[in-house]
Design a protein around this ligand. Structure first.
Ligand code: M6R
Length: 600
């Protein structure tokens, strides 16, 4: 949450900062600001709203060769110009951008800042005011910065500039993501390499509790005590065109369409020369050594975990528990003797998942991260990583990462099964190939889903999705998609559970979308449809070839019964997309949300 960009070089910084912030807008977009520094001092521009509004606010006549910028997802203090970053110290000498949450900000305020009158409601302002107070003591910005950072508890990615030093951006990191980009005659700071790919592909990783002194010609990583650390840069392997919309109206639609090629890429990446599954032998060993898998995830990734549990249990015969990351620490189950923790996370930065990872590492348990971002925090900190190969996912509503997660979980389950000598009666890679073709045929029928969405979702305030077995997991994801981008109150329900209370909410015209792709529940889910129809619901049945009936609204072409979630989620994603369009919602940047949830 929140995005940070910084530039220090010899060219004007405004465009680099604004372009970078646009690329980071997925991280939060309620307010934004930049501060640049030149010989006349700091130039500060802030707005409530999006980067487009900030662009209009920025004075194009101001030239400066260094600066910092921020796009915000509010935690402390409502979205407003006062609470927007950058924040400044009382004298205006120090200016800061920050992503994260300072947990001890009240303590720090009461201990050090009684004489300072604060201008915002943010925890961030405490940091910059504290730097100014400690600067009075140390008379050295780097030292005041180090001393301040040492006092902070919580998560932070920080960029600081000192109005009396045009040659340095001071950077610090703990838990929140931050990178230093290296260029010829310039250096950059960014929450995510995507922000600065236009400028460079060479990056320096920053670890927690490190500080970086960033100048035009070098960047020195230091420990909190000031001791320098050597670290080799790495090349970010992201194709800059992957983060453009191209001719698509929205990233979400582009990403829905990218699902078939992503599945094919996964097949290719996890296949050896003999068409067998190829997996890191250490991951295989970890699976074989464990007596129970604990999947930890949030949101859509949690929904992928629910599906993954079925594969691992049914194919590999290993028991699996799936836990919501934010609840795990409070409701930690009795662990088995040899647990393996599997973290599923598109971004690899989700703070709730990370706090579980930190905890289980303390307990000495092994961990595997399945992520779209191999250099991410969860990937670096877990013992093993499996890459999703989905390419950058920009729309806040996750689509291609979900199907990629499911496909990689299939690979993991099948590999474990084969290593255990279990004979599977299907060729998983071939079946995944069929899934990719079916996905294509679904994405080719957008007009059909647009019409269904117009019919079912244009007017309604609420909607229900029902399914049983595997379909129950998919309808949970379907309802999350609809909620987050169309703001329709939606529930994904187990078909049989509805009549135990929630059916009371069904009234004349309530939309109920039923999914039926599983032979063993086809009859019973259709019974549930009858029940809601009898109470006035307006129903839509999405079924699969082989189980279809004449009255079904849409029939998905046949795929292997275990792999149906990969296909059946596509109509659900498209229904949510068109529902949001019909309701004039901001599809890629829905209200109140951010793509990467880096606060607990
Ligand atoms: O990056 P992660 O996969 O860890 O993110 C987890 C959730 O925040 C994410 O899936 C969220 O639910 C999406 N907005 C759903 O579309």
């Amino acid at each position: 949450m929140c995005g940070i960009v910084g530039y220090i070089g010899y060219n004007d910084t405004k465009e680099v900062l604004l372009n970078g912030l646009e690329k980071l807008e997925y991280r939060g977009y309620d307010s934004a600001g930049i501060a640049t520094l030149n010989k006349d001092g700091i130039n500060l521009f802030k707005v409530k709203g999006r980067i487009a509004a900030l662009r209009e606010r920025v004075d194009n006549n101001v030239q400066a060769t260094m600066g910092i910028g921020h796009t915000r997802w509010a935690t402390h203090g409502a979205p407003s110009e006062d609470n927007a970053h950058p924040h400044q110290s009382a004298s205006g000498r120090f200016t800061i951008v920050h992503n994260g949450v300072i947990e001890n900000f009240y303590e720090l305020r009461d201990a050090y800042l009684n004489d300072v009158s604060l201008k915002s409601e943010t925890d961030t302002e405490i940091i910059v005011q504290l730097i100014e107070v400690l600067h009075q003591k140390y008379n050295d910005t780097a030292e005041a910065f180090r001393q301040t950072v040492a006092l902070l508890k919580g998560s932070y990615a920080i960029g600081l500039i000192d109005a009396e030093d045009q040659d340095t951006i001071f950077v610090a990191k703990n838990k929140s993501p931050l990178l230093v980009g290296l260029g010829e005659d310039f250096n950059l700071v960014a929450s995510d390499a995507m922000a600065t790919l236009k400028e460079t592909d060479r990056y320096l990783e920053i670890h927690d509790k490190e500080i970086v002194i960033v100048n035009r010609d070098y960047a020195e990583i230091q420990k909190l005590d000031g001791v320098a650390i050597e670290r080799e840069p790495y090349i970010a392997e992201i194709d800059a065109t992957d983060i453009e919309k191209g001719t698509y109206p929205h990233f979400m639609l582009k990403e829905i369409d990218e699902q078939p090629p992503v599945i094919r890429k996964i097949i290719q990446e996890y296949q050896d020369d003999h068409d067998n599954i190829k997996l890191d032998p250490e991951v295989r060993k970890a699976m074989l050594d464990s007596d129970r898998v604990y999947i930890i995830a949030a949101g859509t990734s949690y929904h992928a975990g629910l599906v993954g549990k079925q594969f691992i249990e049914k194919l590999a015969n290993v028991p699996v528990e799936v836990h919501i990351a934010s609840e795990f620490s409070y409701n930690m189950p009795l662990l088995s003797e040899k647990p393996l923790f599997v973290f599923i996370s598109q971004s690899g930065e989700t703070a709730d998942s990370r706090s579980v990872l930190v905890r289980i590492k303390e307990l000495g348990h092994p961990s595997l991260t399945i992520t779209n971002v191999p250099g991410s925090t969860l990937s670096r900190e877990a013992n093993y990583t499996l890459h999703l190969h989905a390419g950058p996912e920009i729309a806040v509503a996750s689509t291609k990462a979900y199907t990629a997660q499911i496909a990689v979980l299939v690979i993991l389950a099948v590999d474990t099964a084969q290593a255990k000598g279990i004979n599977l009666e299907f060729d998983p890679l071939q079946e995944l190939g069929i899934v990719a073709s079916v996905m294509e045929s679904l994405t080719d029928q957008k007009e059909t889903f647009e019409k269904i969405a117009a019919d079912f979702f244009t007017e309604t305030r609420n909607a229900f999705y029902i399914g049983r077995g595997m379909d129950y997991f998919v309808v949970q994801e379907a309802s999350l998609k609809l909620k987050e981008i169309s703001y329709i109150q939606a529930e994904g329900f187990a078909g049989g559970e509805l009549k135990h209370g929630t059916i009371a909410l069904i009234e004349e015209g309530t939309p109920v979308i039923a999914l039926s792709t599983q032979k063993n529940v086809n009859y019973s889910i259709r019974g549930n449809v009858q029940e809601v129809e009898a109470r006035g619901a307006k129903t839509c049945i999405i079924s699969i070839e082989g189980l279809e009936q004449d009255t079904d609204t849409f029939v998905i072409p046949h795929v292997h019964e275990l792999l149906t979630p990969l296909a059946s989620v596509v109509p659900m994603q498209l229904l949510a997309y068109y529902a949001a369009l019909h309701r004039d919602c901001d599809v890629d940047k829905p209200r109140n949300l951010a793509k990467s949830v880096t606060v607990e």
